[in-house]
Ligand binder design. Structure first.
Ligand code: ADP
Ligand code: MG
Length: 622
């Protein structure tokens, strides 16, 4: 039978190049990766066999066998799981399908310098075999066929696939080890590695030597054992196995739900933020088992999307075993499990937020995801609000809770004020904040995309509503000034000429703007643009336009500072002749200035430049 040669997908080649040349000190994790693939393959066949028991035949007990061969210098990892057909081999071992690895490649592309040690953060799955082997052979037969296949590669750009007769069901990975990696043929080394990294995968691992087979792992489902019997190390290694990661779990939640429905959850919060957290097609990383039988790792109803950073296992005694994944999605018992897990997780997180300094690690990694719950999960919103942390104008470095914020509100302050934008440093300089600063009012600096959505729908916290400072006319009149700048800002009567300036500006600017109003908030700047009370914020409009979700612009309110000398001069000018081209130019320049300071693009830069040139020439001629 002919042998076919295939090139690796270019990303795989690149990855292999890095893996092979990795200065990576943790090469031994290859064994964990291959054992975890073998266990996954057994889990998948066990699931299929629930409805097609014939698939198992005589060979019904799942197992993984390690066979070192010192004479040949090879280590074989065998399983009697689902196996692969020709197409599976080409697809799964020739391309990068796994989202974590895709993210890894993207990360490498964005880095100028190739940081080898970063591999450790990701784990590169099957390809880690090439860290220790110069040739990798995969001999495999899928459970539903009689034809076996052999895949061979030296990891240098191509692989071959050929048909082979008489292969046991499942997959046999044969590593032809590098000369200086022969330690992986020593039984004590292998035993130690399995104990350390793979003790609690649910499939037994055997070491075969001279026709003897010895079980080397515990092979019990870790989650079913009592907490008191599980060490931190065991939890950590289990996390690394199920989570495909090498970091420490930031939080471990091991929880037994009892009562109407019995289930166990062993869930982890990573300490490192995965790169694909905001990818559209990111899957859940929580595996669902029913009575220790793996059902699926893609059950979107098991946990809400705003907890998609959790990794781990949920096992239930009470779900029916022979249930299809599709039917499962709508199972009412599943909804009960979900709400139990969410409740318990939020309680643990709250506890951790009160007692541990490192809560900011969690918040910086996953706060933006958790906040999606404020918008999506009406029932949980007050619990989630308590867990939120913010940078504010008074505390740009340290994170503060809403409780702290409310505790230090000014006398007369009735709302929680916030401003949205891309970066806190830029927001800190926004003219919208001038009046708030003058009165010493703290403002939340919100820089995640989701922040555009939840404050408007959330209602209140502790009886205080959320109010955007970039929207029209928050009433600050009840709050005393703390600095000179804002003095008399509110109660000073507007004179005749200011009133007619408003009218004249409205007339010149017409439909481009929604309104021109006097501002309470400006102390230093002459003008700013704000969104009218029920309109979307300027920042949101910018975001939506970037993502091409809208193509129109919403007319805005131009606020002017009647105390500013420029505005006073303009008022005089309007009184002299509001039809003059000089006044009209000034009106447009004022608007453009407000756009610039708000970070808005100028709709007509040419007109802006022309007016500016005229103005400068006139100025220089004085
Ligand atoms: P992951 O395990 O995260 O999917 P890997 O790189 O470890 O990524 O493996 C890639 C794919 O190759 C797996 O998803 C699976 O489809 C296939 N595969 C690897 N090892 C085996 C095996 N022992 N039996 C069956 N399929 C396997
Ligand atoms: Mg894997």
């Amino acid at each position: 039978m002919a042998t076919e040669t295939f090139p690796f997908q270019s990303d795989v080649s690149k990855l292999l190049d890095i893996v092979v040349h990795a200065l990576y000190s943790n090469k031994q994790i290859f064994l964990r990766e291959l054992i975890s693939n073998a266990a996954d393959a057994c889990d998948r066949l066990r699931y299929l066999a629930l409805t097609k028991p014939g698939l198992l035949g005589e060979d019904a007990v799942f197992r993984i066998v390690l066979t070192p061969d010192k004479a040949a210098g090879s280590l074989t990892i065998s399983d009697n799981g689902i196996g692969m057909n020709r197409n599976d081999l080409v697809e799964n071992l020739g391309t990068i399908a796994r989202s974590g690895t895709v993210a890894f490649i993207e990360h490498l592309k964005s880095e100028k310098k190739e940081d080898f040690n970063i591999i450790g953060q990701f784990g590169v799955g099957f390809y880690s075999a090439f860290m220790v082997a110069n040739t990798v052979e995969v001999v495999t037969r899928r459970a539903d066929t009689n034809i076996g296949w052999r895949w061979v590669s030296d990891g240098k750009g191509t692989f071959t696939v050929e048909e082979v007769p008489k292969v046991n069901r499942g997959t046999h990975i044969i590593l032809h080890l590098h000369r200086d990696e022969q330690e992986y043929l020593e039984s004590h080394r292998l035993r130690h590695l399995v104990k350390t990294y793979s003790d609690h995968i649910a499939i037994p691992v055997f070491l075969r030597e001279e026709d003897k087979e010895e079980a080397v792992n515990e092979a019990s489902a870790l989650w079913n054992r009592p907490r008191s019997e599980i060490s931190t190390d065991q939890y950590r290694e289990f996390y690394r196995n199920v989570g495909h990661s090498l970091d420490e779990p930031w939080l471990t939640l091991h929880y037994k739900g009892e009562g109407a429905i019995e289930y166990t959850g062993l869930l982890f919060v990573p300490s490192v933020r995965p790169f694909d957290l905001f990818h559209q097609d990111r899957k859940h990383h929580v595996k669902l088992y029913v009575r220790k039988v793996f059902i699926t790792d893609d059950c979107s109803d098991l946990l809400p999307a705003w907890l998609r950073f959790l990794k781990g296992v949920v096992d239930s005694q009470d779900l029916p075993l022979n249930i299809s994944r599709e039917v499962l999605q709508h199972n009412p018992l599943l909804a009960k499990i979900r709400s139990g897990l969410v409740r318990r997780f939020l309680a643990d997180l709250k506890n951790r937020s009160n007692t541990q300094k490192d809560y900011s690690v969690f918040w910086n990694n996953f706060g933006a995801v958790l906040k999606e719950g404020l918008y999506e999960d009406f029932e949980r919103k007050s619990e989630i609000l308590e867990l939120c942390r913010f940078h504010t104008t008074a505390s740009p470095e340290e994170l503060v809770s809403l409780e702290t914020y409310v505790g230090r509100m000014k006398d007369g302050q009735e709302a929680i004020y916030y401003i949205t934008g891309d970066a806190a440093e830029v927001l800190m300089r926004s003219p919208h904040l001038e009046g708030f600063r003058a009165k010493g009012i703290e403002v939340l600096l919100l820089t995640d995309s989701i922040d555009e959505f939840w404050p408007a729908t959330i209602g209140d916290f502790s009886g205080k509503n959320f109010v955007s400072v970039a929207h029209a006319s928050p009433d600050l009149s009840k709050i005393k000034n703390v600095t000179e700048e804002g003095k008399d800002s509110t109660d000073e009567p507007k004179d005749q000429s200011s009133e007619s300036l408003l009218r004249a500006l409205k007339k010149v600017l017409g439909q481009i703007i929604k309104d021109v109003r006097f501002s309470d908030r400006l102390t230093e700047s002459p003008v700013c643009l704000v969104a009218d009370q029920n309109d979307m914020s300027l920042h949101l409009e910018r975001l939506l336009r970037q993502h091409r979700q809208i193509d129109h612009t919403v007319p805005r309110v131009l606020e002017i500072n009647p105390r500013h000398s420029l505005i006073r001069q303009l008022a005089d000018m309007a009184q002299r002749d509001e039809e003059s081209s000089a006044f009209k130019d000034a009106a447009f320049l004022l608007l453009d200035q407000a756009r610039i300071i708000n970070g808005e693009p100028l709709p007509d830069p040419t007109a802006f430049t022309r007016r500016m040139t005229v103005l400068m020439e006139r100025g220089f001629n004085l």
